[in-house]
Design a protein. Structure first.
Length: 423
């Protein structure tokens, strides 16, 4: 498939795209708002001529935050625009950056919408986070002489096979990229094999290692646990869970309650449209559950605290003693394992971590990460950390050292972006 055929098929699929958008709006009403932006209609009044950063959703927005902060410090004269594709991503961008950046949804990858968007924005540099590549956006930037960088670039073997199936489309697109800042050498090799220019590919490491944690966060969490009279309670978090995982975590919590009747599970679904469904699941399974969004404190008999708020995940990690990171017991690819590690938490994950293979391998090899595949294994892993202070301390220390030993990717990425801006 080449780009002309891709564009034709995209136009033919627009009715399906709209139906899917409206279907998602039934569960998450925010999808029904600002639809015009997705077609480059009704865009905000941008200050043109700056840096455009695209972060598809929440995870990419969080990963982009240190880079955006550094770009603002280095180029205070340039406006920065951050785009995304999801309402949760939009909320996160506003929470992270406020009015310090310009923001809108990224228009769909239709030539006329892309052209209108770029004409309005006129960026000097485009930075795409991780793997969110759109052929017409890349091509239109190339036609206008706008350099495009793929930052914190990752490409799993499975994704590479998918790209290879459409080589006539993806090969020319990758060849038009000016910088691919790959996380690992293996991923750099996959990009080259798929058509990226050798001169454009650079191994910088993952900027997720350059995570900066507010030093007051742990103190705030400890103060809240004291307020809850829960300092001595064993608490664990199941973070960023997807459909099919919540039942497994609740089964593990039921098993833990046998030996630890005061055990508290902080359960945090990945997507806000699932908050209500997961709350009902907890209630139907007989767990005494309170909702964080309502400010309900977990009492002595509370078994589950539902983390149904946005922008609080790091704080909820800080509240727990042990962390399980979701999207990994189902084949989603996992989520960021470094956030709980940076907070000094022993980390558990499921087997499906193909989006974070290198990070998972380093943490596992160092003894900071335990992989589990079932509710009994999860319960046993948490139990081991609760009852063995020595292994807990070893995991905490190992996670910290993995984080520190890999920092520096942000600096290498910024050097590459500076070269593009200077050119």
């Amino acid at each position: 498939m080449n780009r002309t055929l891709y564009t034709l098929l995209f136009h033919l699929a627009l009715p399906v795209v709209m139906v899917r958008l409206l279907w998602r709006a039934r569960r998450a009403p925010a999808y029904s708002k600002r639809i015009g932006e997705r077609f480059a209609v009704g865009l905000p009044d941008f200050q043109p001529g700056g840096i455009w950063v695209h972060a598809v959703s929440v995870g990419e927005s969080i990963a982009a935050a240190p880079m955006v902060g550094a770009l603002r410090a280095r180029y205070p004269q340039l406006p920065i625009t951050v785009t995304c594709m999801t309402p949760t991503g939009s909320e996160r961008i506003r929470a992270l950056f406020g009015d310090t950046v310009q923001h809108c949804y990224l228009p769909y990858d239709l030539p006329w919408a892309v052209s209108r968007f770029l004409q309005r924005l006129q960026p000097k540099l485009a930075v795409v986070m991780e793997t969110e590549l759109w052929p017409n956006h890349i091509h239109q930037c190339a036609r206008r002489g706008i350099p495009v960088a793929l930052a914190n670039a990752r490409l799993s073997e499975r994704s590479a096979r998918g790209y290879a199936r459409f080589a006539r489309l993806t090969g020319p697109m990758l060849a038009e990229l000016n910088l691919i800042a790959a996380q690992t050498e293996a991923e750099a090799a996959r990009f080259r094999q798929l058509g990226a220019r050798d001169a454009a590919v650079q191994v910088t490491g993952s900027i997720k290692f350059d995570l900066m944690i507010d030093p007051t966060l742990s103190r705030q969490a400890e103060a809240l646990r004291q307020e809850w009279s829960a300092t001595a309670r064993p608490a664990w978090i199941g973070a960023s869970t997807h459909t099919g995982e919540d039942e497994i975590l609740l089964a593990a919590q039921r098993q833990l309650l046998v030996a630890h009747p005061d055990a508290l599970l902080i359960l945090v679904p990945r997507h806000p449209e699932r908050f209500g469904l997961v709350f009902e699941l907890c209630r139907k399974q007989g767990f005494t559950t309170v909702r964080r969004s309502l400010g309900e404190p977990p009492l002595a008999g509370t078994q589950v605290l539902l983390g149904d708020t946005m922008g609080e995940l790091l704080f909820l990690f800080a509240l727990a003693d042990v962390a399980f990171v979701g999207g990994s017991l189902v084949p989603t690819g996992g989520h960021n394992l470094l956030e709980p590690a940076a907070l000094g938490k022993p980390v558990l994950t499921g087997p499906h971590v193909f989006n974070f293979l290198d990070i998972a391998a380093q943490l596992r090899d160092a003894g900071a990460l335990k992989e589990v595949g079932s509710a009994p294994e999860l319960a046993a892993g948490i139990e081991a950390f609760w009852t063995d202070p020595a292994s807990t301390e070893q995991a905490r220390s190992a996670g910290y050292h993995v984080l520190k030993n890999n920092q520096g990717a942000l600096g290498r990425l910024l050097e590459g972006l500076a070269r593009l801006l200077n050119d």
